[in-house]
Design a protein around this ligand. Structure first.
Ligand SMILES: [Zn+2]
Length: 231
C-alpha cells in the first residue's frame, strides 16, 4: 500500500476557507450526525484521512485504488461534481478486492449449480442455467460477492441485506445506479458509504497472512495488466 498523501495545496489556496457540508454516517454504531460541516479544507482532509484503509492485509493494488477515491473527494472541496465519480471509484475498488478473495469459491459453486441444472434439463441451452461456465469471462459482481460474504464469511448483516437492496441503499445497488446512470447529475453524497466500503474490504481481506499472490486468471478478471510500453 502506498501511504496516502492528501495535499490540500492541489486546491487553489484562495478556496481553502469556506463552508462545506457532507453527509454524515448513519451506519450502525456510528455517530448519527446528519450533516458534517467543515470550514477549512484542512478539516476536510483530516476527515478524509479517517476514511483510509487501516489494515495492512488489504492488498496494495486495492487499497491504492480505494485511496484514489479519497483523492477525488479532496478535490471535491473545490468541485462537488467529483463526489459521485469518487463514490463509484470506491465501490469499484471494493468489487475488485472482493473478487480477488471470493472468485474461486463463487465460481465453483456456480459451476456445481450449472452441472446440476444440466442433469435436469438435459442441456437444453435455453434455460441459461445449463450453459457452460467460462472461467475467463465469469464475473461474480458486487451483489453476489456481498451475498456470499453474508452467507459464508460472517459479514455483518447490517452492511448488506435484503431490506437495503429493496430500499436501494445496498452497496451493490448504489454501484449499479452510479455505473449505469448519469454520474454528472449529482445528488447528495451517500452518508457512510466510504465507511461501509472500507469495512467490507477489510473484512474480506482479514485472514490474509500476507498480501496474496493472485493466479493469472484472477489478475485477468481484476483487469490488472502490465504497464503499456511504447515501442
Ligand atoms: Zn437447460
Amino acid at each position: 500500500m502506498t501511504p496516502l498523501v492528501l495535499d490540500i495545496n492541489l486546491v487553489n489556496p484562495a478556496f481553502h476557507k469556506k463552508h462545506f457540508t457532507y453527509t454524515g454516517d448513519f451506519g450502525p454504531g456510528s455517530p448519527n450526525t446528519p450533516v458534517l460541516e467543515f470550514h477549512h479544507i484542512s478539516e476536510w482532509r483530516e476527515y478524509l484521512l479517517t476514511l483510509q484503509i487501516r489494515s495492512a492485509k488489504v492488498p496494495g493494488i486495492h487499497a491504492d485504488a480505494y485511496h484514489v477515491a479519497l483523492h477525488m473527494l479532496l478535490l471535491a472541496w473545490a468541485d462537488a461534481s467529483l463526489i459521485k465519480p469518487a463514490e463509484l471509484q470506491g465501490l469499484r475498488s471494493s468489487e475488485a478486492a472482493l473478487t480477488g478473495v471470493y472468485f474461486q469459491p463463487i465460481f465453483e459453486r456456480e459451476k456445481g449449480r450449472r452441472e446440476k441444472a444440466r442433469k435436469t434439463c438435459g442441456g437444453c441451452k435455453k434455460c441459461l442455467l445449463c450453459s457452460k461456465l467460462d472461467r475467463e469471462t465469469f464475473r461474480p459482481g458486487l451483489d453476489k460477492l456481498l451475498n456470499y460474504m453474508v452467507a459464508h464469511d460472517c459479514l455483518d448483516r447490517t452492511l448488506h441485506n435484503e431490506n437495503k437492496k429493496a430500499s436501494g441503499n445496498a452497496l451493490s445497488v448504489i454501484r449499479n445506479v452510479l455505473a449505469h446512470g448519469d454520474i454528472s447529475s449529482g445528488g447528495l453524497p451517500w452518508g457512510g458509504l466510504f465507511e461501509a466500503i472500507r469495512e467490507v474490504m477489510e473484512h474480506a481481506c482479514r485472514s490474509f497472512p500476507e498480501p496474496p499472490e493472485y493466479p493469472p486468471e484472477v489478475l485477468a478478471v481484476l483487469g490488472v495488466q502490465r504497464s503499456p510500453t511504447l515501442q
